[in-house]
Design a protein around this ligand. Sequence first.
Ligand code: IDP
Ligand code: MG
Length: 135
Amino acid sequence: MDSTFFMCKPDAVERGLVGEILSRLERRGLKLVRAELRQLDEATAKAHYAEHDGKPFFGELVSFITRSNVLVCEVAGPKDTWAVVRTAMGATDPAKAAPGTIRGDLAIEIGENLVHGSDSAEAAARELGLFFPEH
Ligand code: IDP
Ligand code: MG
């Protein structure tokens, strides 16, 4: 099995959409390997989103992702799981995300786009290491 990192963001937990979101991944045939609700501290949020440091939305992004619990997950599938998950998530801007995707069906604002998924095999390894260092 091939694993990726996936996160239900604070808006997903606050809106009670975690079950709906995980259900979509499970119905697709993906497996939940581990999952934990936690409130991210600022250092972890900044490390996770380091590639966006310096962009105009970085401060807003860090305060959003740390404002309440997220569900951090390891999700596994037969191959290229990061890409399968990204397709299921839809475009970053929910207003432009296709119907049938998580963001396209359940969100509308870019700053409240419900989910995170690693964007490459390398990012999946890095992010799983950041959030589940004991494994
Ligand atoms: P991704 O989540 O689809 O990988 P990225 O470009 O990596 O998208 O951006 C990371 C996160 O930063 C997005 O999911 C979104 O929460 C936030 N973000 C990206 N662009 C904007 C923006 O223009 N305004 C506010 N938040 C943004
Ligand atoms: Mg990204």
